[in-house]
Write a protein of this length. Sequence first.
Length: 243
Amino acid sequence: MTDQSSQWQSAHLAQTYLEGVRGAIPLAQQQIEILLTIVANWVPGVRRVVDLGCGDGILGRAIQRQHPGAHAWFVDFSAPMLEAARAKHIEPARATFIQADFAQDGWQERLALPGPVDLVVSGFAIHHLTDERKRALYAQIYGLLGQGGVFLNLEHVASPTPAVEALFEAHFVDSLYAYHRGNGSARSREELAREYYARQDKEENILAPVEAQCDWLHEIGYRDVACFFKAFELALFGGRRAA
């Protein structure tokens, strides 16, 4: 959950995630490529983009590489994550970094946006919210979008059954093991699995099925709502505001 008591305020946990987990997410590069394909086709002239729950800013930076004229607002409630985003961004004139908690109403005002935005993206952040708050946040994001504006959420979603969840977790541990071996680590798969199943942040996950979340977007008024990518509990979904 995104509040000041969250473990994500810990610099140690932020570093552990960014250095030891983020790069191990299965099919991570493909997910970003699909996201960029959607952006290139639906908002080719993107000028204003909000990276919500930005972490180290990986999504916002990818969009700015594709669209050099875009200004990005990198938003996170975690100071260590924002510091990581600042450190990796090489063009500060094109970036605004905002510490704001989107678990609470009023976070939008902290952005001081000059007008409607073309694109809002989020990566593996909103699943920490209750379902009620997720729905409210999706409506608030809709309110930020200009005509034809797009919202894309790359997210951790719920499995339909415990057996499917177990498949995903085994697959994720395999990916962690391959990632660490590729970086020269001698740690065993068993050691990584123990850490993964006992990880600090797991208790903060509140996962919802992607189908339900797409239904919420429809109800809010988003058009062209779809799940564009899904592999086990990893999904990219979203929609756009009518032009």
